[in-house]
Design a protein around this ligand. Structure first.
Ligand SMILES: [Zn+2]
Length: 314
């Protein structure tokens, strides 16, 4: 329960402070608006922000954490019971919602940035994963399981006749001077058409590296003449962000806009999420040796890579 509950309480305590600051300053005669930043509801209190607000309800729905509107009046009791008795997977789902709702409420207040519930939840999932990686704990699959991800294929699948598939991956090691991008293009038979590894200077966030990986892949694709390409990636942040038309997404907004421009200019390009197991070849390519700012073009795949390519089409 330790991992989940620390996030929950971090979110609750910070949100309580934010909300109470408004009331306290208001009581001292400082005229701060007390409307909900997300929907404009008249009085912003914790029950509204985390449970009654349409944005929060959409987040609960995306994560499928077992909370629905009919329970809104008993929400605090439901929350406390879950924290006390719930399995760690459920507590992590709750943490995703509270953390994401709180973070994006503040984004709206201070930077007037609006995102969809899907993006907010992808972001909070990624933040929790990054945090767990930073403290050296193994990734918990429960934290990334959403209602939709259970329907996502776990195995590589061939694109239709005449179409191509581009798999993208980014390998980011915190504290390293560079991160690595792996790109693998295959045709409808599963045969390798091309691919490369490229390393770029380290960025601050994993989701920034992932966004740059997609941009690298799309830029490479745009230099060729393939009409129909499915771009697949196991990034829970970048893929949902590019599947919506929302703009102004945090500090990577300009990278996503560049990706979106390419996607919109090529009607045959589609991006979709795959589970990590289905993206194994791109992951192996991203781990190939590569000097900073250099490309390592995939000319003769290693035995390990050949085995992974064959396994995908078997
Ligand atoms: Zn609201």
């Amino acid at each position: 329960m330790g991992v989940g509950s620390s996030f929950i309480w971090q979110g609750i305590v910070t949100a309580r402070i934010e909300a109470m600051q408004g009331y306290r300053l208001s009581a001292k005669g400082v005229n701060l608006p007390l409307n909900c930043p997300m929907c404009g509801y008249e009085v912003e209190d914790l029950l509204h922000v985390f449970f009654n607000c349409p944005f929060a309800l959409a987040c609960w729905h995306v994560v499928d954490a077992g909370f629905d509107l009919s329970m809104e009046m008993s929400a605090p009791l439901w929350l406390l019971t879950k924290i006390e008795t719930g399995p760690s997977e459920e507590i992590l789902k709750i943490a995703r919602v509270l953390w994401g709702v709180w973070f994006f409420c503040n984004k709206k207040i201070w930077e007037n940035q609006i995102v969809t519930a899907e993006i907010a939840m992808a972001w909070s999932t990624k933040s929790i994963e990054d945090w767990k990686e930073a403290v050296g704990k193994p990734a918990n699959q429960g934290v990334i399981t959403s209602q939709r991800s259970s329907q996502v294929p776990v195995k590589w699948s061939k694109p239709e006749l005449g179409a191509m598939k581009l798999h993208v991956d980014a390998v980011v090691t915190l504290g390293a001077p560079a991160f690595f991008i792996g790109l693998v293009l295959r045709d409808h038979t599963g045969a390798l058409v091309g691919g490369y590894t490229i390393s770029k200077s380290m960025v601050n966030k994993v989701f920034e590296a992932e966004s740059l990986a997609v941009l690298e892949g799309l830029t490479w694709l745009a230099s060729m003449n393939h009409d129909k390409v499915i771009i697949e990636f196991d990034s829970l942040f970048t893929v949902p962000a590019l599947q919506t038309s929302s703009v102004n997404l945090l500090e990577v907004g300009f990278i996503l806009d560049a990706c979106r421009n390419i996607l919109e200019s090529r009607s045959g390009y589609k991006i979709s999420f795959v589970k990590r197991q289905a993206n194994r070849v791109a992951h192996l390519v991203a781990k190939l040796p590569c000097s900073l700012n250099c490309q390592n073009v995939l000319t003769s795949p290693s035995d390990l890579l050949l085995e992974a390519l064959l396994l995908d089409i078997s």
